[in-house]
Design a binder for this molecule. Structure first.
Ligand code: ATP
Ligand code: MG
Length: 254
């Protein structure tokens, strides 16, 4: 087992799910064994790769200890996935107080050694689900868009990570911040540099040099339940995500 990576930002629509799918598909294409876990009750990752979130056990049954991880994993062409559906929205209330942050870590433990990378897509919230992802993760990747940068949100995210480091998982670290949905026409390079410096100051985390340009191919691929590289490997976002996977692996090998 090499790494468990949580993709997180409590801000909605910053390309957490897109990044999870692209990183997973990119790593799988390089020959790694990859599992993704949909930890978002919206089930967007599940839908975006055409997994079945209703007729088989999901992350919800896994975390309730009603299904084993082997029973919840679906083996798709793009990558393996434990899917999610809206039932997972009950997690906050249903999971007992004691040890509730550890449920994902405990329940996926039997399959962890079978994979090189396990990548977890989290919901746009800093609740018990995201904390479960941080508790099992080695690393956190934070996607963010340039246009909706909010210092307060990034600070809250950072505070949550610091608390998890203190109480649940002292080894988890931020692998980096990934700028997504970048539009060269509306953001100039100066803005990007300032943005990067601001974020870096707030959470003292590295920024990936690669940023992901906005392109319609991303939504088209998701609508067709196909990974970005298979749908349109020539699109700018596919090229950017491929460069991101390479950059991530370079840092990962150091
Ligand atoms: N590079 C891109 N170019 C164009 N559209 C993009 C790009 N990346 C993501 N999108 C689109 O932006 C929307 C939000 O992306 P995504 O679902 O990945 O974000 P998210 O952070 O997971 O959202 P949520 O917080 O709701 O889980 C989707 O419609 C997606 O297709
Ligand atoms: Mg999402």
């Amino acid at each position: 087992m090499k790494k468990i990576i949580a993709i997180a930002n409590q801000k909605g629509g910053v390309a957490k799910t897109t990044t999870t799918g692209a990183l997973a598909a990119g790593l799988k294409q390089k020959g790694y064994k990859v599992l993704t876990i949909d930890l978002d009750p919206q089930g967007n990752l599940t839908d975006s790769v055409g997994a079945d979130g209703y007729n088989f056990p999901t992350t919800y049954e896994l975390m309730k200890r009603e299904a084993k991880p082997e029973e919840a994993i679906q083996h798709l062409e793009a990558f393996d996935i434990i899917p999610a559906n809206i039932m997972l929205a009950g997690a906050e209330q249903e999971f007992s107080q004691i040890g509730k942050e550890q449920r994902l870590k405990e329940t996926i433990a039997p399959v962890v050694s079978q994979y090189d990378y396990i990548i977890i897509d989290t919901p746009p919230a800093l609740g018990v689900l995201t904390v479960n992802a941080f508790t099992v993760a080695d690393e956190i990747i934070i996607p963010t868009t340039a246009g909706i940068f909010a210092a307060k949100g990034i600070r809250q995210l950072h505070d949550t990570i610091v608390n998890v480091q203190k109480y649940c998982n002292d080894k988890v670290k931020i692998a980096g911040i990934l700028l997504t949905k970048y539009n060269p026409r509306s953001n100039n390079n100066k803005d990007m540099r300032e943005l990067t410096e601001q974020i870096g100051e707030y959470i003292k985390a590295p920024i990936f040099k690669t940023y992901i340009r906005a392109t319609v191919a991303v939504e088209e691929a998701q609508a067709r339940a196909t990974d970005l590289f298979t749908y349109n490997g020539d699109s700018t976002a596919a090229a950017d995500y491929a460069a991101f996977v390479d950059e991530y692996l370079k840092g990962d090998n150091q």
